[in-house]
Design a protein around this ligand. Sequence first.
Ligand code: IMP
Length: 161
Amino acid sequence: MSQVDVFINAERIAARVAELGTQIRADYGDVPILCIGVLKGSIVFMSDLMRAIPGDVRCGFLGVSSYAGTESTGIVRITHDLKQPIEGQHVLVVEDIVDTGLTLEFLLKTLTVRNPASVRVASLLDKPARRVVDVPVDYIGFPIEDRFVVGYGLDLDEKFR
Ligand code: IMP
C-alpha cells in the first residue's frame, strides 16, 4: 500500500457511532447488553460504541482469524475465546467490517449454541458486494463499496490500525 487516503473522517464516524448507540438502546429497552467485540479489528469501534449506548452495557471479546493480507482464507478459527458464559444474555456482536460474511456466519453459529437470550450484530462497515453467505447485520455504521480499508482498528497484516 503506497498511499492511504481518508475515506471516512473522524467526525463522521463519531456522529454515526453516537446515532447507533442511541438506536441500539432504544431497540433493546432497559436490559443489560453484552457487547462481544471481535478481536482485533473491532476494538476501537467497540470502545466508542459501548460508551455511546446508555445504561447497562457489559463486554467480552472473541478472537478470530481468517485473513492473510487482503484476502480471506475462508477458514475461520477461534484464537481467543470468551471468558464468561453468555446463556440467557442479550448479545451484541461488534464487528469492524462484514466482507464475505464467513467470519460472522461462523461466529453466529458458535454463539447461538451457547444459548444466549438474543444475538444481534453491529458492524462499523459493510461490504455487501463481497458477500458469499447471507448473514444478518442489524446495525451498520457505513455500507461501503468493494475496497480494502484500514484504520480505526482495521489493519493490513497488523499495520495501519
Ligand atoms: P469476512 O469473513 O470476509 O466477512 O471478513 C471479516 C473480517 O475480515 C473482518 O472482521 C476484518 O478483520 C477483515 N476484513 C475484511 N475486509 C477488510 C478490509 O477492507 N480491511 C481490513 N480488514 C478487513
